[in-house]
Design a protein around this ligand. Structure first.
Ligand SMILES: Cc1cc2nc3c(=O)[nH]c(=O)nc-3n(C[C@H](O)[C@H](O)[C@H](O)COP(=O)(O)OP(=O)(O)OC[C@H]3O[C@@H](n4cnc5c(N)ncnc54)[C@H](O)[C@@H]3O)c2cc1C
Length: 315
């Protein structure tokens, strides 16, 4: 049995590790586009803020350690461009050599995650408007901060927005938080959000609720954030307004071929367990046996992403 896993972070690597435990003889290939696998996403803001001093502490595994401990064939810098479900193979680009090649599979796991949203606002491509998903994003933010940042605007008062507010305040940066809704952290009740908002104020954060960024422009290398009623000039903007599934992002792109972009329910493929059914793999919302059987490849009880899955279930 040969399983190809696309995406090598929390979802992909959990699935690969679980599959190994279910089948010691399976040939398991993990394809990860970026340079890092199985890193601690949750720690990224804390390294930015200085709580986690050692960058290497974020790297939980390497292809070598995964080969040694679980006999996984993990290939970083290898991007899956398309899937042919008829012939059961994926087309892959080696991002180092630019070579393209095909890899066959008996079962395929899609664990390509979700990418931060950049709403299509004027000026949103400014080089000082950054998002945070992975190690290169974190490095890019730290580069800007190390170059000297006095003030920052964080757009979005959810988990990642608030974690970034905290990280920036730890670096003594003046922070304005912009939230479109009437409270921060819409996953909690108003009463609890009020406590958070008071805490933010006590810690010197300017919180603008029911406020939207409507556009951005350059101001001598800094960013001018247009709020409609007010304009703020700042050294850095962190955009933390949510995510969208990686597969959908590819729809219509040059690599958008066949079933890859036609996958009907990609949205939470990153966050779901998978069921093996006669050689087909499907992603599901919850860890459960689907009607018709199959072997669930479930999440560990305390997997990363638990709070996000709760959020997705509520959505
Ligand atoms: C800053 C931050 C803080 C967080 N904090 C917490 C927390 O405290 N608690 C918590 O539970 N969760 C937290 N999360 C969420 C958690 O990190 C995610 O739920 C988890 O990373 C999702 O894992 P995933 O493997 O599904 O997707 P991802 O982590 O997005 O990984 C998908 C991988 O697939 C790769 N990929 C995509 N397309 C292709 C392709 N075509 N070919 C090859 N590879 C591809 C991508 O490069 C990516 O590395 C946080 C996330 C962030 C960004």
């Amino acid at each position: 049995m040969k399983v190809v896993v696309v995406g090598g972070v929390a979802g992909g690597m959990s699935a690969a590790a679980r599959l190994r435990r279910l089948d010691e003889s399976a040939d398991i290939v993990v394809l990860e586009r970026d340079a890092y696998v199985s890193f601690a996403n949750c720690g990224l803001p804390y390294h930015i803020g200085g709580d986690i001093v050692d960058r290497d502490a974020l790297m939980l595994q390497t292809p070598e350690s995964l080969r040694e401990s679980l006999d996984l064939d993990v290939r970083t810098g290898h991007e899956v461009l398309s899937i042919d479900r008829e012939t059961k193979h994926v087309t892959i680009r080696n991002r180092h050599s630019f070579e393209e090649y095909a890899e066959g599979y008996d079962a395929l796991v899609l664990a390509t995650g979700a990418t931060p949203l950049r709403p299509p606002l004027p000026g949103v491509e400014h080089h000082r408007i950054l998002t945070l998903r992975n190690i290169p994003d974190m490095d890019a933010i730290i580069d800007v901060l190390d170059g000297g940042v006095a003030s920052a605007v964080v757009v979005g008062g959810g988990y990642i927005g608030l974690e970034m507010v905290e990280a920036l305040r730890h670096r003594n940066i003046e922070v304005t938080l912009i939230e479109a809704l009437e409270q921060v952290m819409t996953v909690v009740d108003r009463e609890m959000a009020t406590i958070l908002e008071e805490h933010l104020a006590v810690n010197g954060v300017r919180v603008l609720l029911s406020t939207r960024a409507v556009g951005f422009s350059d101001a001598d290398g800094s960013v001018l954030v247009d709020l409609g009623t007010e304009q703020i000039t700042t050294d850095l903007v962190i955009m933390a307004v949510g995510v969208r599934p990686e597969l959908a992002r590819r729809r219509g792109g040059p690599a958008a071929v066949g079933p890859w972009c036609g996958h009907r329910r990609p949205a939470h493929a990153n966050l779901r367990p998978v069921d093996l059914r006669g050689g087909r793999l499907r992603a599901g919302d919850r860890h459960r046996h689907r009607r018709g059987g199959g072997h669930p490849v479930g999440w560990p009880r305390e997997s990363p992403g638990a709070h996000c899955r709760r959020q997705h279930r509520r959505a």
